[in-house]
Design a protein around this ligand. Structure first.
Ligand code: MN
Length: 132
């Protein structure tokens, strides 16, 4: 089974780009367009890593991160913020909410997958998994 990444992002163009890059690298993607749906999918679909925007309807990314980190099964899943928030202090705010990394938009397509893979255990990286 391919490694599955959940992308929680309300901007459809950003979501499509991230999914395209990850699928081209050999990953399966799940998508949610708001934080509430994203949290539900995270808890029920068991993704291997979660990419999450911060500014979203229903539940923002900080609320998603805090809810996941409080959940006994999900307090360790790799959780990456991908956000337009790029002011001084925004990175610290994201990390203190429970994110493992904070990547600012616009993403760099040439390096994005490598940035994300740094947070996947080796056997889950597409280039190392059987069949790739
Ligand atoms: Mn947004």
């Amino acid at each position: 089974m391919p490694t599955r990444l959940l992308i929680i992002e309300d901007d459809s163009a950003s979501r499509a780009l991230v999914c395209y890059l990850l699928e081209a690298a050999g990953y399966a993607t799940l998508e949610a367009e708001d934080g509430g749906t994203g949290l539900h999918l995270a808890l029920h679909a068991q993704p291997d890593l979660i990419i999450c925007d911060l500014q979203m309807p229903v539940m923002n990314g900080y609320e998603v991160a805090r809810a996941l980190r409080e959940h006994p099964d999900w307090h360790r899943v790799p959780l990456i913020a991908v956000t337009a928030f790029s002011m001084a202090g925004d990175r610290e705010t994201a990390l203190s909410a429970g994110f493992d990394e904070h990547i600012t938009k616009p993403i760099t397509p040439e390096t994005f997958v490598t940035q994300i893979e740094a947070f996947l255990p080796h056997p889950l990286q597409a280039r190392h998994s059987p069949g790739h």
